[in-house]
Design a protein around this ligand. Structure first.
Ligand code: ADP
Ligand code: ZN
Length: 219
């Protein structure tokens, strides 16, 4: 099964992807995580992408596509993948389609999350992530705080804040989202592959609720 997560930064794509990944037993691949790991490991890729990520701009399509397609060719993804953060531009979406076609595969569903802009900024600024790369549990200081300050409930590792999770960079990320990524929602809608959820405190729906309602349908 091939699932795609769509939605602005902070909507809960990572939370939904990680719950679905566990419940459906399909690996989740986050383009942002791949780039952040490369930066942390100081690889050549990390050097190439860091300036884009730090200012909240998209990494160029050509490089992103090369990195993601190499990952998609790895054997652990032979039976399916949940893509979180890719595709993010029309060119990436077209390229993914032709890549999958060549491999006789197709997308099953694009899961689109929508949240009011004010809530997104508030959420991202309060987001803390488990630093253990095997865990990566996401907390929110206001909505889902850890039991102990700065410590992951699940594995006891230190919680960290992403460098780009501040209001200024977040505004740039939202601008690139609405300009470059939002249009691909229609690309999947026209193919009849889109399902949209509103994720918002206002209506009491968070990422975990979306994941729960999807699990039964997808199993
Ligand atoms: P979020 O959805 O919260 O912004 P991600 O972890 O998905 O976070 O992405 C972090 C950053 O990595 C983005 O702001 C962008 O710079 C880069 N990035 C991730 N995925 C892509 C992509 N598919 N195309 C271009 N840049 C990307
Ligand atoms: Zn943890």
């Amino acid at each position: 099964m091939i699932l795609i997560m769509l939605g602005a930064p902070g909507t809960g794509k990572g939370t939904v992807a990680s719950i679905l990944s566990k419940e459906l037993n399909i690996p989740a691949v986050s383009s942002g995580d791949i780039f952040r790991k490369a930066i942390q490991d100081k690889t050549e890729l990390g050097q190439e992408v860091s300036s884009y990520i730090e200012r909240g701009a998209l990494v160029p399509d050509e490089l992103t596509i090369k990195v993601i397609e190499a990952r998609l060719n790895e054997p652990d993804l032979a039976n399916g993948v949940i893509l979180d953060g890719f595709p993010r531009t029309a060119a990436q979406a077209e390229e993914l389609d032709s890549f999958l076609n060549k491999n006789n595969k197709k997308i099953d569903l694009a899961i689109n999350l929508e949240t009011p802009r004010e809530e997104l900024i508030e959420r991202v600024v309060n987001r803390r992530i488990c630093s253990n790369s095997e865990c990566k549990t996401i907390f929110n200081l206001k909505l889902t705080p850890p039991k102990q300050d700065g410590v992951c409930d699940k594995c006891g590792s230190k919680l960290i804040q992403r460098k780009d999770d501040n209001e200024e960079v977040m505004n740039n990320r939202l601008d690139s989202y609405f300009k470059e990524t939002a249009p691909i929602v229609d690309f999947y809608k026209e193919k009849g592959k889109l399902t949209t959820f509103e994720v918002s405190e206002r209506i009491g729906v968070m990422g975990k609720d979306v994941a729960e309602s999807l699990i039964e349908k997808l199993k």
